[in-house]
Design a protein around this ligand. Structure first.
Ligand code: GUN
Length: 282
């Protein structure tokens, strides 16, 4: 069997097109969604991610504001900047690009973002609301994975999903969202003993460990749906956590790296910004 390739690039484009129409309607009512992207320093990967976020905002019609600060900025100054953005009525979404310089505590910075404007879904209030099933802006990567699965026609209810990775950004929230969609979820991580014995049970396998091509054919059940969240630079090229060439021969569907989950993350950031603007209103 050769797997169907789940084309995140195309699905993300669909999401952006839908949002563009929605934003145009909001503009007619005088509401222009505004996103502030705060970039501290000039970390090369962050520069590239931020560029993608600004470009997507322009395409969808979101007013984006890139706010750059030197890496020498103090924690206090950064917290004050966020307070100013919290109070700015033209801004509906605030994103502080991570990582931050070592002298700044990222938890403190994230906790200062107003939960109503928390388009990354990283604040303790957003996370808590998500856990108890209350209205919250969902973190973009897991939210994007759920869209990929749903829009590709993958049945989730009653299926066994195995998540490899337990990060706050991906592993923990995707486990919760899959469980909420009625999957039975097993969580594994870098210290799981006999990992393959667990992953081989998966109807839906989510790879989010951050280790290049760690999951091979021997980890995958024939016919499984495989979602690769990994983005690793390995021997000069970009690879996921899944050995794609091998696994695509036995999976029923698989996301590529790049062009799978990545574009969906940005599309969901756009969606969260529109959602935040609608909730906050004019
Ligand atoms: N750095 C890497 N990924 C992310 C993300 O999703 N959000 C933010 N704010 N920073 C990141």
């Amino acid at each position: 069997m050769t797997a169907t390739i789940i084309d995140g690039k195309t699905i993300a484009k669909e999401v952006r097109s839908e949002l563009k129409i929605e934003v145009a309607k909001l503009k007619e009512k005088g509401l222009i969604p505004g996103l502030a992207v705060v970039l501290v320093g000039n970390h090369p990967a962050s520069e590239s991610y931020v560029k993608g976020k600004i470009r997507a905002s322009e395409e969808v019609g979101i007013n984006s504001r890139l706010i750059r600060r030197e890496s020498s900025i103090s924690e206090r100054e950064l917290l004050e900047l966020i307070e100013t953005l919290n109070a700015d009525p033209a801004i509906h979404g605030i994103l502080v690009q991570l990582p931050l310089p070592d002298h700044i505590n990222p938890d403190k910075v994230i906790a200062t973002i107003s939960p109503a404007k928390d388009v990354d879904g990283f604040t303790p209030v957003s996370v808590g609301n998500m856990v108890i099933g209350q209205e919250a802006l969902l973190p973009c990567t897991p939210h994007g994975i759920m869209h990929l699965l749903q829009r590709s026609g993958v049945q989730i209810a009653g299926k066994h999903a195995v998540v490899v990775g337990r990060s706050n950004i991906v592993g923990k929230p995707i486990s919760l969202l899959l469980q909420r969609a009625d999957a039975t979820v097993t969580m594994c991580h870098s210290r799981t003993a006999d990992l393959a014995s667990h992953t081989k049970q998966a109807d839906i396998l989510i790879a989010a460990v951050g280790r290049p091509e760690m999951l091979t054919a021997e980890h995958v059940k024939p016919g499984a749906v495989v979602i690769d969240v990994g983005v690793n630079r390995h021997e000069g090229k970009l690879v996921g956590d899944v050995k794609f060439d091998e696994v695509k021969e036995i999976a029923s569907a698989i996301t590529p790296v790049p062009g799978g989950v990545g574009p969906m993350t940005i599309a969901m950031l756009m969606r969260n910004t529109v959602e935040a603007a609608k909730r906050i209103g004019k």
